[in-house]
Structure formats: structure tokens, C-alpha cells
Design a protein around this ligand. Sequence first.
Ligand SMILES: [Fe+2]
Ligand SMILES: [Fe+2]
Length: 220
Amino acid sequence: MKLISSQSTRRMLEGVAEFGPTTRGDASGIARTRVAYARAGAPVGTMPPTEQSAAIEAALDKLGARLQFERSGTRLYEALVSKVDAYGTFRGGPTRDDLIDIRNDEHHHALLAQELIRALGGDPTMLTPCANLHATASRGLCDVLTDPRTTLVEGLDAIIVAELVDRESWDQLVTSLAAASVPEQLLNQVKAALEKEEEHLRLVRTWIAAARATRAGADT
Ligand SMILES: [Fe+2]
Ligand SMILES: [Fe+2]
């Protein structure tokens, strides 16, 4: 094993000598280019002009992001169910039904976001700037979860990233909708979704802790 490692190290060092830097510049050159592009560039997206107030428009932007993220979350949990089907679970880990329950919550939240966008006079088929940003930021999660080599525990390590974002984003949405003075009944639906997301985060944390305990037990 040590022999393979030293051979690999030697090859890596040969590679460094063979494929040296293609420029004499350093990171400051990249930074200067970034700043120049940022100053000259346009925003990543804008909301289409509407008759709505700025506060409603801001809430619609965030709702667009929730719709996109919850739809993806539904698929992420379906991929996680496949991990249980492929590898089984572990002591203290999620059952298939636990994951299906959360999958159904995510789906319900996507439908809720869609309904709220319509209720505020928006178009649920529109990709809002915030939705675009979140889709880009979370792109790697799908790669981890749909990779057939990743285990259930590795899938949970990825999905907790989604749940942290989810909890934070529903929280921000409550603030955004309250600022837009939406009807109490709509706000309560969003608060109920936030409570569900807090529960998801708590469950995923518990499962990751159980996996760590199982691994520690196996090592002793
Ligand atoms: Fe969610
Ligand atoms: Fe969630």
C-alpha cells in the first residue's frame, strides 16, 4: 500500500513539473477581472414589471425560490428513499416511511408556494431571480444524492444542507410576507410550513448523530 502511495506521489510531482502554470499571474489578476466584470455586468435576473407593490414583488421573488427548491427537495428525498432500498437503514436511522413522509411534506410545500404565488397575483411558471440563485447554489446536492455510489449516510450529509437552507428560507418568507401585509390566513400557512421544516431539520440531525454513534460503536 505504501509502495502504491509513494508511486502516486512521484507521478504527481512529475505532473507538476510537466504541466506547470500557464501564466505568471497570481490570484490578484483573477480578482481584478472579477471586479471589472461585476462593474460592467448586468444582474443575474429581474422580476417582470407588475402592478404589485415592491413588498409583494419581493415576496413573490422569494415564493418563486421556495417553489423551485421544494420541487427539487421532493426529488432529493425520492433519491434518498432509493438509498434505503439499495443499502437498508442503520440503528436509529430513517425508515423508508419516514423519508416518504418528508418527501410528501416537500411536495405539499411546493404546491403551497404555487398557490400563494397565484393568490398574490404572480405567475408560478416564472423563474424568479431568487429561484435562479438558489437553483445554482444547490446544484451539487442532486449530484451527490443521485450518484449510485453514495450511501444513505452520505445522502443524509447532503440533504442536511438542503434542510438548513429550507428552514432559513421559510423563516425569511414569513418576514417577507408579513412586510407585504398579506392576509393572516396565508401567513399562517407559511408559518405551518416553517414548523414542518424545523421538524425535518431536527430529524435529519438525529439520524446523522445516530449514524455517527453506530460508526463509533463499530470502531471500539
Ligand atoms: Fe422544504
Ligand atoms: Fe424540508
